[in-house]
Design a protein around this ligand. Structure first.
Ligand code: TXA
Ligand code: MG
Length: 380
């Protein structure tokens, strides 16, 4: 376990960190916190452990893992040399909530890349994650620490639900700062595509490129997230073709103006109660939306979870320049919604809700990542 110090940072005792590194060196799995979501890790040169990740997660073999590094020097051990433009982006956004798709070299096991000639590399901002990698002296391959298809884990409780006694150890680093997985930026071809939206947006990458005399070449690849993507299609980020983030509860999105969302909510609640009067109903909404509902409707909601109760604790991140430059126009509502989404979806299952109604947030910045995950969680 890590403990929270007075400055709000989680810290882990040096001997516990060494113990976790030792497990990894022995070919065992370790769950560790990052500022996005928790990861379930195996050491880069441990093929049996790498395979074990796929087994315990129930993860399809063709879905590659992200390789986590502690430094630019370590990144260079696994990829083809970067040109000046690629290096500029990497320098500006590492460490942070970004995964770069780069051309790999022969040091990277095929199990990690699922046979692709590229590898996803991320340097976490979370200090426990980075110290763990440093203690190992090599990269840690890690997908999100959830059973495939379930909401990603943004608190240790979620990891315990999925992997208790299935891994050598779980490092508890408190709530994740962002709560949605990293932005995936593909630098292996031009224009550079964002394969998965996250906390860092195309506009932030492009601002850095333009400030340094390059063209704004980062584009969104929205089609990857269309629900009608067929399993046979081969998307650039293979993970995108699978159904994700689905709790047991039915998930419905509330869209439109506040008045439209409230109206929609009332219709869905009364519809559900009409078919099953005992069905428990949860909502994940802003306090404003809830306050606008008639008292009789509020009474029918068994579990109200509120955006405002989820703090996006960016202070947990040591890399303050990134936070200050990249997230100065921080939209509090969107960050809180993104921060709480996976926890709310998992809580709905613990509370045995039959239905969870979730408020849409305008599709910009981190809200785009939020809507991407929410759309994939929605019951079609
Ligand atoms: O924030 C995160 O990225 C977290 C933390 C633990 O770092 N990790 C994470 O891993 O979300 P995972 O496995 O849930 O998602 C990895 C995604 C998948 O969609 C996968 O297809 C994509 O990254 N990916 C990995 N390597 C790739 C590659 N070479 N080319 C394209 N996509 C790749
Ligand atoms: Mg995942």
């Amino acid at each position: 376990t890590a403990v929270q110090a007075a400055d709000g940072q989680y810290k882990i005792a040096p001997d516990e960190l060494l113990q976790a590194a030792e497990y990894l060196h022995r070919g065992q799995l370790v769950v560790f916190p990052t500022e996005t979501v928790y990861g379930i890790g195996a050491l880069v040169d441990q093929p049996a452990a790498l395979r074990e990740i796929f087994t315990v997660k129930g993860r399809p073999q063709d879905n590659p893992l992200i390789l986590h590094v502690d430094s630019y020097a370590m990144l260079q051990r696994y990829v083809q040399p970067l040109n000046a433009e690629e290096k500029l982006l990497v320098d500006n956004f590492m460490p942070g909530p970004v995964t770069f798709i780069l051309r790999r070299n022969q040091q990277v096991n095929d199990i990690i890349t699922a046979g692709l000639d590229t590898v996803g590399i991320r340097m976490p901002g979370n200090i426990i994650a980075r110290n763990l990698i440093t203690a190992c002296g090599a990269g840690i391959a890690a997908p999100s620490a959830n059973i495939s298809g379930k909401p990603s884990p943004t608190e240790s409780k979620a990891v315990i639900d999925d992997f208790w006694q299935k891994v050598a150890c779980i490092i508890d680093g408190g709530d994740s700062a962002f709560g949605v997985e990293s932005t995936i930026l593909d630098l292996s071809r031009k224009p550079y595509h964002i394969l998965r939206p996250g906390a860092v947006s195309a506009a932030q990458f492009n601002a850095v490129l333009q400030a340094n005399g390059y063209a704004a070449e980062v584009v969104e690849q929205h089609d990857y997230y269309l629900p009608n993507l067929k399993a046979a299609d081969v998307p650039k980020a293979p993970g995108m073709k699978y159904r994700h983030y689905a709790p047991e509860a039915e998930v419905k999105i509330l869209r439109g103006s506040p008045a439209e969302m409230a109206k929609n909510l009332i219709t869905l609640v009364s519809g559900k109660k009409a078919t099953d009067a005992t069905a428990k109903i949860a909502v994940f909404v802003s306090r404003d939306l809830y306050a606008a509902l008639p008292g009789a409707v509020q009474k029918q909601i068994d579990f109200p979870y509120f955006f405002e109760d989820y703090a996006c604790n960016l202070k947990q991140l040591p890399h303050e320049e990134l936070v200050e430059s990249g997230f100065s126009s921080l939209d509090k509502k969107a960050f809180q919604a993104a921060n709480g989404l996976f926890q709310a979806l998992r809580q709905a299952d613990r509370d045995q809700a039959a239905l969870i109604l979730v408020e849409a947030v305008e599709n910009m910045g981190i809200a785009q990542a939020y809507m991407n995950r929410l759309t994939k969680a929605e019951t079609k």
